[in-house]
Design a protein around this ligand. Structure first.
Ligand code: HEM
Length: 461
């Protein structure tokens, strides 16, 4: 007998008819997914209320200010060889030393030891690997292909080598010109006698323009790009709701269509841009079309969600914990402000790695495939690495010794570009809007991995 939703497949074995599940109607799949997300969030929240620090990183109100939780995790980790345990089953490293060690250790990767995609450690409703097509709960969620971020060697090494020339130092000067011109235009348009949203006016459109030039995307639709970025960026934490799952599927499909079209255009009319170079590599058999599209998509999303947060977090830090007036008096301080923001309140708070074999760290044994959260933002507040770490000080020496751009094989490819954009934005804000100050609401993102404002009310009159 078959149950509803299943049909017998053709078989020669009459005694044991095999069955193939049919996709459930969409409303039932939505319901399954929705209940699964609610159950998981409730479980996580219960652990957070009982004090589990890793669960607290994922839930309000603790998520809004994760730094006390990081301090606790550093203390717990110090007592257990640098690796803190959580009842969520996830391990976490929180000190600068332990984070650096895991990121640089080749026995860890971003996939499981056998190359499968791991469960998303922050929220398994979103997992790509748990993407079991026979499970209607996950069938709706397309795996998010994060290209380099989701690949280990040798594929990672091959693709990273192809992307690297885009970020060559000689190109940075050209991108700086673009960043200055775009920032100038955006600041010209900012109201001088009324409050405005710093994210919508500058922090989001600036990196979108720069990355679009880098990829030579014609006719950029900034609000649409910003919306894609928000949806995909939020998915780094896992899928939040059925609505989010649908939005994610749509955004991914739209992005793929955009880049597939761009590939065809560049093939017909190659230029100096990164897509043209990748199309050339494609034609030489160095990567597949799918790999090309995913890589371009990663460059687009990685390039603006993060930099938007950098500008927002820096302006906020300068007003709540630091010297905005110092920057106005000396706009060249912008480079120091960028570094200090990256250490003190970084746009990317954490990443994850998986042990590819049994590993011992600080006397603790981690079994093969154990997932470890690497708390990059916690490393920036580690007193063993940064004196007086909770103080925001743009004049700090050794300012670049943070892990905001990660470390090891996946060190951020766009680090120099992001630093340059942050500097240009802050320098020009200080020069052009010296009376800039918070006015209205700072609305944070609903996220654990990415930290920054969704909206940031300011005025400059
Ligand atoms: C302030 C801004 C930025 C921050 C804080 C940041 C942070 C990071 C971090 C933490 C990683 C590594 C994650 C891991 O180890 O698992 C990463 C990787 C990456 N970032 Fe950035 N990023 C920023 C801006 C950019 C920009 C502007 C681009 C340019 C398009 C970019 C492109 C990439 C790429 C391609 C990777 C993947 C590298 C790999 O896996 O080999 N990022 N970024």
């Amino acid at each position: 007998m078959t149950t509803q939703g299943e049909v017998p497949s053709v078989t020669t074995d009459q005694a044991e008819p095999r069955t193939t599940p049919l996709p459930l109607p969409r409303w039932r799949a939505d319901l399954r997914l929705g209940s699964r997300i609610v159950a998981m969030r409730a479980g996580g929240l219960a652990l957070a209320v009982r004090g589990d620090p890793v669960a607290r990183l994922m839930h309000k109100p603790w998520r809004l200010d994760p730094y006390p939780t990081y301090a606790r995790l550093r203390a717990t980790g110090a007592a257990t060889g640098g690796v803190a345990r959580s009842r969520t089953g996830i391990r976490a490293v929180a000190s600068h030393e332990a984070c650096t060690a895991v990121l640089r250790d080749r026995r860890f990767g971003v996939r499981l030891a056998d190359g499968r995609m791991p469960f998303d450690p922050t929220d398994d409703a979103s997992t790509a690997s748990s993407h079991d097509p026979t499970d209607p709960g996950t069938a709706l969620i397309e795996p998010i292909d994060l290209s380099l971020l989701g690949l280990d060697a040798p594929d990672h090494t091959r693709l990273r080598r192809l992307a690297q020339p885009t970020f060559a130092p000689k190109r940075l000067a050209q991108y700086r010109e673009t960043a200055r011109a775009v920032t100038g235009r955006l600041l010209d348009a900012a109201p001088t006698d009324a409050p405005f949203d710093l994210v919508g006016a500058l922090a989001a459109p600036l990196p979108i323009s720069v990355i679009s030039e880098l990829l030579a995307i014609p006719d950029v639709d900034t609000p649409r790009f910003a919306a894609w970025g928000r949806v995909v960026g939020a998915a780094l934490d896992g899928v939040r709701s059925v609505r989010h799952a649908h939005a994610l599927s749509r955004a991914t499909a739209d992005l793929r269509a955009l880049f597939a079209d761009l590939v065809e255009r560049r093939r017909a009319d190659p230029g100096e841009d990164v897509i043209s170079q990748l199309v050339h590599a494609l034609d030489e058999g160095q990567l597949t079309l799918d790999e090309l599209v995913s890589l371009a998509q990663l460059l687009l999303i990685a390039g603006f969600e993060t930099t938007t947060n950098l500008v927002g977090n820096a302006v906020r830090a300068l007003h709540t914990s630091g010297p905005w007036e110092d920057l106005v008096a000396d706009p060249a301080l912008a480079a120091g402000v960028v570094e200090e923001t990256l250490r003190w309140d970084p746009p990317v708070q954490l990443t994850a790695r998986f042990a590819h074999e049994d590993v011992e760290i600080g006397g603790q044994r981690l079994r093969r495939d154990t997932g470890v959260l690497v708390l990059l933002a916690s490393a920036g507040r580690d007193p063993a690495a940064h004196p007086d770490p909770d103080r925001f000080d743009p004049h700090r020496e050794q300012a670049t010794a943070h892990l905001a751009f990660s470390g090891g094989a996946h060190y951020c490819l766009g680090a120099a570009l992001a630093r340059m954009e942050g500097e240009v934005a802050l320098e020009m804000l200080a020069e052009r809007l010296p009376r800039l100050r918070p006015a209205g609401r700072f609305v944070p993102r609903v996220a654990t991995v990415l930290r920054g404002p969704r909206r940031f009310g300011v005025r400059a009159d």
